[in-house]
Design a binder for this molecule. Sequence first.
Ligand code: NAD
Length: 369
Amino acid sequence: MASNRKILLLPGDGIGPEVTRQAARVIEYFDKRRIASFEVKEDLVGGVAFDRHGTPLTEAAMKAALDADAVLLGAVGGPKWDNLPFAQKPERGLLRLRKDMELFANLRPAFVFDALADASTLKREVVAGLDMIIVRELTGGIYFGEPRGISTLPGGGRRGINTQVYTTDEIVRVARVAFELARKRGKRICSVEKANVMESGVLWREEVTKLHAAEYADVQLTHMYADNCAMQLVRNPKQFDVIVTDNLFGDILSDCAAMLTGSLGMLPSASLGAADKGGRRKALYEPVHGSAPDIAGKNLANPLASILSLAMMLRYSFDMEDEAKLVEQAVAKALAGGARTGDIAQAGMSRISTTAMGDRVLGELQKLA
Ligand code: NAD
């Protein structure tokens, strides 16, 4: 059995350690049952790292992240650290990880568990069975483009500038991640931009089309303008399999898609970097939610986003599709059996703790395995 799967846990702040602990129990389960073995290390990030070391991410933790095959992060931040200087803020730790690991593709699935279809603000028939994923370009585009800034005009008025800019390489590498993903799913990609009004969108469309013809003709490719995509996501989200889009549109559309599914406590994510010679990508997995200071330390948080982030790790970093599915099925069964933390409990349902939700998922895993 291969034991070269190196995982770094960075639980972070607030509810981060509580939810990451439940995901770590799933790793320990696979290890104990000899289904797969992992080498797990743990370090600090965010406010807790600042409290201990005076920095939100030590060089040693950064090195451990670069050495690992995959990082599982909890959450960073909280009111205790809100007034720190910019460079020491907890978020800087996470941003440094994303930057130094060169994570350019952000994967945000929107998956509706049948037991939670009524938790969406949309009608059950619109969201039941939804299983799509948005691939967002994460390190380019208007959030990083130059020139940027605010200048004062001769008349005393001011001008704010940001620049939307993409190169062929930036488009092709993220599109490649999306095409590879589509191949493992429903083999359909929708590429989203605004080629009708933006040159960067024209280039995006041309490069994605070229890559498709050259290497991925077995995947169905369609194109859509971002404004139409926003409408389609709430009108008929089940038409999508994989959406690939730029940083700005991806930021907005992935939040929109996330809310189709109900609660923040259910949403996993992955951020991937370039593949090395052996085909392995640097990767960071994390729940979409933050550190939830309002419920931190109370054993109330929903750990499923963290557990589902771990399932993504098994799938994308370790090629363990069967085990990833097993974890997702265990979550589905726990939910079907009525397991609910406060954030996903409907009126009249009893609420269980973070650890009890972990127990339920592990119990289902045992029954399934
Ligand atoms: P948040 O996601 O932490 O919380 C928003 C609301 O959702 C809160 O009411 C919270 O109790 C609830 N919630 C979130 N996750 C939950 C879970 N797993 N189970 C049950 N309920 C859950 O967002 P916020 O309140 O805007 O931010 C709080 C702190 O987290 C801030 O310091 C912010 O900067 C930080 N933050 C960090 C990340 C990250 O680490 N990636 C992301 C977003 C926010």
